[in-house]
Ligand binder design. Sequence first.
Ligand code: IMP
Length: 307
Amino acid sequence: MDGVTRATFCSRNAHKARELERLLPGWSLQTLDVEGWPDEAGETYVENARAKARFGRQHGDPGTWMIGEDSGIEVEALDGRPGLHSARYAPEGAPAIARLLRELDGVPDRRARFVSELVALSPAGEEVAGTGILEGRIAAEPHGSGGFGYDPVFVPDGEERTVAELGDEWKQRHSHRARAARALLAALGAALALVAAGCGGDPKTANHVLAAFFAGGPRARQLGKVFPHKTGSVPCVLEPGGPATVKPLQATCSTDVSLVKPDRAVVTLTEAWNHGAQAHTWFFFIRRSGVVESVVQEGAAAPQARR
Ligand code: IMP
């Protein structure tokens, strides 16, 4: 299963499962088909999402990640209701929308937000989480047939149409769940970088990415002479110094790797000097094989001797 992460989505909501599958490319998702789900008794979305993932950990395949999700819609004029209780406000779809529109009848403040929280538990029990928020307003009446739940009455900020009109492609890029999935993947990348730095677990993947990168081209080989070949920082000399007047430029060079997808990563190389007051960072977007797709640089101009 090289390059594919196996996960179980701990939810009974088929709409969410379909959305999430498209939001986690490179993951193979299965659903959890068991009885006796815990009540959504938490005081926050993250507590509920964690409870679902833990339930999955107890009853599902021990070899897969477990993903729990909790979401809701918070309406400003209703003091954030239905919020955590969105699923129990009224049966999903037309009845819930009818109740919401009734409560907002004649209310000029239509501001609202969707919130999604994702919690993933690794087979060994480590937890990674991601939050996504989509701001918008409640329409006067339902429009559109895409999505599910409150989508026919939710108009995102910057849009004139409801999420149900904007459709599934739009949701895949912009929804609260899409944002939470991106945050989860970023957090997972950071967690893997920690693993690569020696904080437990199996450092193989991130180290493989770095080794391939530093061997992969003249530029990476050049930079690889200064930057550490596993995540972390080392003291380095950016300019060797020279006759009489030029002092060597002391700095710290750090390497980091975040996996944005199982087969793609961002390798970050940062050199910081003047006691950290100045820094230059390269972001290399690379394939797991080490092939560089693009490079972005930020910060102070890199010292001449290093380029
Ligand atoms: P729960 O996360 O299973 O507690 O359910 C949250 C409820 O919020 C769902 O039943 C929907 O009514 C609503 N909801 C969550 N995400 C969406 C969405 O993407 N579109 C519309 N409604 C949603």
